[in-house]
Design a protein around this ligand. Structure first.
Ligand SMILES: [Zn+2]
Ligand SMILES: [Zn+2]
Length: 834
């Protein structure tokens, strides 16, 4: 049987090579750092005459799910202002190259501004970007220190922090001045700290640790506090003057020595605005040179609450641009919540910039779709099964208050304001999200509708009457890709809805909260209100950097629901503490939101000596209605865990985290109802899988089979498989592939005690995107699977394939051509879903 498998493996590989087609010339590998080499070649002596093209572009319009972020482009440099969670993903989707970022400016040390920075820095490092400058609050230095706790030393990239006190920054495009603004609403303690700020480290404004987290705080961080929530940094950016263009024809007419070496000093002089004397005659610069473009200024400011309004109004730097200023500011970008924006003092401050200044607002009142591709793919998938692929939701922008008296423009994703060559708003890049259009596109595909109908009929023929289905447990896959958040798949996170009032997250990669917003829309607060616990499998950024936002947003949700705030239970490797502790101490208080249960304390046979931890474990089991919450070490990095949850009603969900095939997981997961296992790589890449300590598809399925899992859902796919990973010959009716926002449920309910292989099968039909399962429910043996992979009648994968349009019809009829799902295949590249 192994021979058969390897034969199939070989066929996959051959097919993949073929799918690229004989006529397609392989593209040379892209060099993401070419711009740096070009710049090096130009050398330091090269002095530009100011940039020709500069524009600002909204990356994120300030909504709760994406925060506020701005990209600034010039032909010489690229900048990012603020980097909350999901910004890297949006930049990838909208082709704003991360590798070209020179500078990241941060307006405040708050997770909404820096949440995506750890992932961004890791990506810059991976790409080989040698240097990146971070400007803003001085705590950025400490933030970088904190990242190193889980990333290890950030070798190979020079990360320079320019605190607000540093001299202005200058490059080929512009000069940037940092303007610190301090809130006037500080308590006595902080005021004291403020006055002593430059003399000694600030004392702690902490209320002290909340109950249950004492052991977290003990002994660390109470002395050397660096965080300062009362500081925001605004940026005043002045473009260099653009020198005029030398008019060659005019110069020729005047008899100047165009085309000879003698012309160079003449050009230099007139571009600098100087007159020259040629053959005894004075020539004015405007005779042979266009007028220079003056310095243009734009401002980026965040005013998070009322406490900053007065200090902002009184700020001398801004005053110098207001009233009768010589050169008005072209644009002010306000990252300011609506209630602050509408404050009369703030309105007056805006007004004082004068009628020639444009105002752009990024806040939760801006209505904009950011992750368009997610919306599109989900709308199309929902045609196949709206229950499993429910259409995505949006957060409604909050109700508006009074209309502001200063004209302003509300941010929209990809809206541009061009500063050069001509100052103007540019709206052509803004996307519209039109579900009708996505649906029409899918319905036009040949045979698509017939296939959907045939598929639905088969699903209805299944043995489970609808009334027998239980709503819980319900599994929502929020992030199913590995390593880097990408447009189709976000990084790891899976939500288990245990009951109407208890939910649990398995891992929490960057952007998990944003995914929840897109899945639940305005119901997201209710969901966060039921969130009882988070399991963090290991400290890789794609598994845990979304946790902080979950903590902060959950607090906001509890307040808005009028529920009491209590710490969230987090089962995690103990090393997570160090990271949270460092961020809490240096950047932003959040430890009172969390109670950590060390994952090792839930290993089989572990002795828990700490009564507090013991109490937290009981609380965890009780709130989640679990009989057991077990963890085991898996084969990945140090301190990487998998977990098994056994509910009092009998179901058992097992989650692998990241791992190579792991015997301990097999033992722990025996007879699981559902196994969620990583399958980072395709079959045939076993060596790479060992190198990266991950599993291939067949290895993951093998683990599930040995475990006797009722159903296996694969996730954590390498981002090289943009939409659908390669099928493995081991696929059978127990195996499904996870998509972001895919929702599956236990089919039978637990009351009757029916378990094992039959559960989830109805959803499996789509979930697995493979052959339809037999309806008998018991499933074939491992041997029969390996020897005779079943051949489908109609498959949901076919439906998807049809969305692919360009795949030749013969491959639709069989999943034995797995290469057609691969990255680079002309079919999959257009898989519906482009
Ligand atoms: Zn991972
Ligand atoms: Zn990992």
């Amino acid at each position: 049987m192994w021979t058969l498998r390897s034969l199939l493996g070989l066929r996959c590989a051959a097919g993949r090579a073929m799918s690229q087609g004989p006529t397609r010339r392989p593209r040379p590998p892209k060099d993401p750092l070419r711009h740096l080499r070009t710049r090096e070649k130009r050398g330091p002596s090269w002095v530009p005459g100011g940039p020709n093209t500069v524009y600002l572009q909204v990356v994120a319009a300030g909504g709760r799910d994406a925060g506020a972020a701005l990209y600034v482009f010039s032909e010489f440099n690229r900048y990012l202002f603020n980097c909350g969670e999901g910004i890297q993903r949006l930049m990838q989707e909208h082709k704003l190259k991360v590798s070209r970022l020179d500078n990241i400016f941060l307006t405040r040390m708050h997770w909404s501004n820096v949440g995506g920075l750890c992932g961004m820095i890791l990506t810059l490092k991976e790409t080989g970007v040698p240097k990146c400058v971070l400007s803003g609050p001085p705590q950025l230095e400490k933030y970088l220190e904190a990242i190193k706790i889980f990333s290890g030393p950030l070798k190979g990239i020079d990360l320079a922090v320019r605190p607000h006190s540093a001299p202005e920054y200058q490059d080929e495009t512009m000069t940037v001045f940092q303007v610190p603004v301090y809130s006037e609403q500080v308590n006595g303690k902080q005021q004291l700290a403020r006055s002593a700020e430059r003399l000694s480290p600030e004392p702690s404004p902490d209320p002290g640790p909340a109950e249950g987290e004492q052991y977290l705080v003990d002994g660390v961080g109470q002395k050397m506090h660096g965080r300062d929530p009362s500081l925001v940094v605004a940026f005043v950016c002045k473009l260099h003057m653009k020198k005029g263009n030398f008019l060659v024809l005019k110069a020729k007419e005047l008899g100047l020595p165009v085309g000879t070496a003698a012309i160079a000093p003449i050009i230099a002089a007139v571009k600098d605005g100087k007159s020259i004397t040629f053959e005894g005659r004075e020539i004015l610069p405007e005779e042979i040179c266009t007028a220079p473009d003056p310095r243009v200024t734009f401002v980026v400011v965040e005013c998070p609450d009322e406490g900053f309004i007065q200090p902002l109004c009184e700020n001398a730097t801004f005053r110098s641009f207001q009233g009768k200023a010589e050169a008005p500011v072209a644009l002010v970008v306000h990252m300011t919540p609506e209630h602050v924006l509408l404050d009369s003092r703030y309105q007056q401050w805006m007004e004082r910039f004068g009628p020639d200044t444009q105002h752009l607002v990024l806040n939760e009142h801006c209505e904009s779709v950011h992750n368009l591709r997610s919306h599109k793919i989900q709308t199309q998938l929902s045609l196949i099964h709206p229950g499993i692929f429910p259409p995505l939701a949006s957060l409604r922008p909050q109700e508006g208050g009074l209309a502001p008296c200063v004209p302003l423009v509300r941010g929209q994703c990809l809206l541009k304001y061009q500063l050069r060559p001509r100052r103007e708003w540019q709206r052509d890049a803004i996307m519209t999200c039109d579900p009708e259009e996505f649906i029409a596109e899918a319905l036009e595909l040949p045979n698509f509708q017939e296939s959907v109908q045939e598929y639905r009929k088969t699903v209805q023929d299944g043995p489970a009457p609808a009334e027998k289905r239980s709503r819980y447990p319900e599994v929502v896959f929020l992030g199913t890709g590995s390593a880097i958040p990408m447009k189709i798949r976000n990084v790891s996170s899976t939500l288990i809805n245990i009951s109407s009032d208890a939910s649990l997250l398995l891992d929490c990669g960057e952007g998990t909260f944003g995914q929840l917003c897109r899945h639940y829309g305005d119901e997201v607060d209710q969901l966060l209100g039921t969130l009882a616990a988070v399991f963090v499998s290991h400290l890789h950024a794609d598994h845990h950097t979304g946790l902080l936002n979950i903590l902060l947003q959950r607090e906001r949700a509890l307040v808005s629901l009028g529920k009491p705030c209590h710490p969230l239970l987090v089962v995690a490797p103990t090393q997570l503490r160090a990271w949270l502790q460092q961020y809490h101490t240096q950047c932003q208080p959040l430890l009172h939101h969390v109670s950590i249960i060390p994952a090792k304390c839930l290993q089989k046979g572990a002795e828990v000596s700490n009564p507090k931890v013991e109490r937290l474990i009981s609380l965890l089991l009780e709130t989640c209605g679990l009989e057991e919450f077990q963890t085991c070490l898996v084969r990945h990095c140090k301190h990487a865990f998998g977990c098994a949850l056994v509910h009092t009603s009998g179901w058992k969900v097992v989650y692998s985290g990241d791992t190579m095939p792991c015997e301990a997981l097999v033992q722990m997961g025996k007879d699981a109802t559902l196994l969620i296992h990583e399958a980072t790589l395709e079959d045939g890449l076993e060596e790479e899988a060992v190198e990266k300590t991950h599993s291939t598809t067949s290895q993951a399925i093998g683990v599930g089979m040995r475990m006797n899992a009722g159903f296996i859902v694969l996730n954590h796919f390498s981002q090289r498989y943009a939409k659908i990973p390669l099928f493995s010959p081991d696929f059978n009716e127990k195996v499904g592939i996870a998509f972001d926002h895919m929702k599956v449920r236990d089919r039978w309910g637990r009351a009757g005690g029916v378990g094992g292989a039959e559960t989830l099968s109805i959803h499996a039909q789509v979930a697995r995107l493979g052959p339809l399962p037999s309806t008998t429910g018991t499933g074939p043996s491992i041997e029969s699977l390996l020897e005779a992979p079943s051949v489908p009648r109609v498959t949901s994968s076919e439906l998807l394939h049809k969305l692919g349009r360009q795949c030749p019809p013969p491959v639709w009829s069989s999943w034995a051509c797995p290469h057609h799902w691969a990255w680079g295949c002309p079919g999959s590249a257009r898989l519906g879903l482009t």
